[in-house]
Design a protein around this ligand. Structure first.
Ligand code: HEC
Length: 106
């Protein structure tokens, strides 16, 4: 078999794998956003508003800085002032999914 032909086959296999994994990754991302949306609607929307808009009395999450993921996770997990902690109610994965949902709205 000529060498060029082998190289072409190797490149094609590599490309197919890259496309496959990109797809799996995209699906996982969509799943976590969807899960975050449901968890948010059930636990957070009463104070922070539907789809993080027009909050009843909690702070407006539309103004929360997108680069402060750790602060978001910490405040939600351990609570902040009038907001109760969520660590006994939600898993770390569920809180991370709310973060994905938060980012998807920006
Ligand atoms: C009982 C009402 C209430 C519920 C329910 C609630 N929050 Fe809050 N939340 C608040 C209030 C009030 C604040 C403002 C706290 C402060 O800074 O004094 C706040 C602040 C926040 C902040 C900003 C924290 C910071 O570091 O400034 C985030 C993020 C947040 N909430 C996310 C959530 C998420 C996610 C949920 C659902 C799991 C949720 N909240 C449920 C009342 C609530």
């Amino acid at each position: 078999m000529p060498k060029e032909f082998l190289i072409k086959i190797k490149c094609s296999v590599f490309l197919m794998m890259a496309i496959f994994f990109a797809n799996v990754f995209a699906q996982e991302k969509t799943a976590s956003i969807k899960s975050g949306e449901i968890i948010y609607a059930k636990n957070c929307s009463t104070c922070h508003g539907n789809r993080m808009k027009n909050p009843q009395w909690g702070i407006n999450l539309e103004l929360f800085p997108v680069e402060q993921k750790i602060r978001f996770i910490d405040s939600v997990t351990y609570g902040k002032n009038a907001m109760p902690p969520w660590e006994d109610v939600l898993s770390t994965d569920e809180i991370a999914n709310i973060w994905s949902y938060f980012l998807s709205l920006r």
